[in-house]
Ligand binder design. Structure first.
Ligand code: KIV
Length: 271
C-alpha cells in the first residue's frame, strides 16, 4: 500500500511521487464490479480495464476484436466499485489509429461515459502525436511499449521484444518520445529486465512492468492469470497466486451433486 494513505485517491501526482520516493506501484487488470471492489479494498494503486478483456473474459483468440462499446461497458462496472485506485481504460485496437481526432474523442468517452481517470494505448513514436493531443485535452495517458498485443500480426507472435541492440535502442528512444509528448506512465511488456531497468532509470515518469523484471517502478498482471482463472495458456512472466479455476470447478461439481441428491437447498436456505 502506498504511504499516501489508504483512502487518499490515487492520482497522476501520487504515482509520480511514488516513483520519486522509490515506492513500488501496484496495478492489476479488472473487468467487473466485484473483482475491482476487492482490489480497491486491498489497497491497489491502479486498476486497468485491459483489452485482455477480449481473451480472458470474452473468449476471443486475440485482443483485436474487442470494441469501444465492450471496453466502456466493463470500465463502467469497474468505476462503480472503485473509491481510491486510479482507473485506466485501455483503448482498443482501431480506436486511436485512424485519426488523432477519433483518438481524442474515444479517450474522452472513457472519462465522460465510463468514469475512467486515464487511458492506455499501445505503440511508440507512431502514437506520439495522439499521446500529446489526448494529454493536452486533460486526459492522463499511460503508454505501452515492448510486446504490444494489438500488433501481434506485425510482431509475428507473442514474443519477448528488444533483445537485439537495434530494437532495444528503438524502445529506449520511444520511451523518451512518449514521456516528452505527455505520457504520465509507461507499461513495459515482455522486454529483458536489464533494458527495463535502464529505461526506468532514464525516465521521470514511472514504468509499470509485465514480464520486464523487478526494477520497474511498478508491476501489473492480468487478474485472470494471477488468480489461475484463465487456463488456455500462461505466459512465463505470470505467477499464479491462486488456483481459482480448480476451486470453481470443485464448487460447481459439489453444487451439481447436492442438487441431484436433494441435499440442497437445506432448511436453512428455505422459507
Ligand atoms: O490488456 C491488458 O491487460 C494489458 C496489460 C497486460 C498491461 O495491456
Amino acid at each position: 500500500m502506498s504511504k499516501q494513505g489508504k483512502m487518499n485517491k490515487v492520482t497522476t501526482s501520487v504515482i509520480r511521487t511514488m516513483k520519486k520516493n522509490g515506492e513500488k506501484i501496484t496495478m492489476l487488470t479488472a473487468y467487473d464490479y466485484s473483482t475491482a471492489a476487492a482490489m480497491d479494498e486491498a489497497g491497489i494503486d491502479m486498476i486497468l480495464i485491459g483489452d485482455s478483456l477480449a481473451m480472458v473474459v470474452l473468449g476471443y483468440d486475440s485482443t483485436l476484436p474487442v470494441t469501444m462499446e465492450d471496453m466502456l461497458h466493463h470500465t463502467k462496472a469497474v468505476s462503480r466499485a472503485v473509491k481510491r485506485a486510479m482507473v485506466i481504460g485501455d483503448m482498443p485496437f482501431m480506436s486511436y489509429q485512424a485519426s488523432v481526432e477519433e483518438a481524442v474523442r474515444n479517450a474522452g468517452r472513457f472519462m465522460k461515459e465510463a468514469g475512467a481517470h486515464g487511458v492506455k494505448l499501445e505503440g511508440g513514436r507512431e502514437v506520439a502525436e495522439v499521446t500529446r493531443r489526448i494529454s493536452s485535452a486533460g486526459i492522463p495517458v499511460m503508454a505501452h511499449l515492448g510486446l504490444t498485443p494489438q500488433s501481434v500480426h506485425q510482431l509475428g507472435g507473442y514474443k519477448v521484444q528488444g533483445k537485439e541492440a537495434i530494437a532495444a535502442t528503438r524502445i529506449k528512444e520511444d520511451a523518451k518520445i512518449l514521456q516528452d509528448n505527455g505520457a504520465f506512465s509507461l507499461v513495459l511488456e515482455a522486454v529483458p529486465a536489464s533494458l527495463a531497468a535502464e529505461i526506468t532509470d532514464s525516465l521521470d515518469i514511472p514504468t509499470i512492468g509485465i514480464g520486464a523484471g523487478v526494477n520497474c517502478d511498478g508491476q501489473v498482471l492480468v487478474v485472470n492469470d494471477m488468480l489461475g482463472l484463465f487456463e488456455k495458456f500462461t505466459p512465463k512472466f505470470v505467477k499464479k497466486y491462486a488456483n481459482l479455476n480448480v476451486d470453481m470447478k470443485k464448487a460447481i461439481e459439489q453444487y451439481l451433486s447436492e442438487v441431484r441428491e436433494g441435499s440442497f437447498p437445506g432448511p436453512e436456505h428455505s422459507f
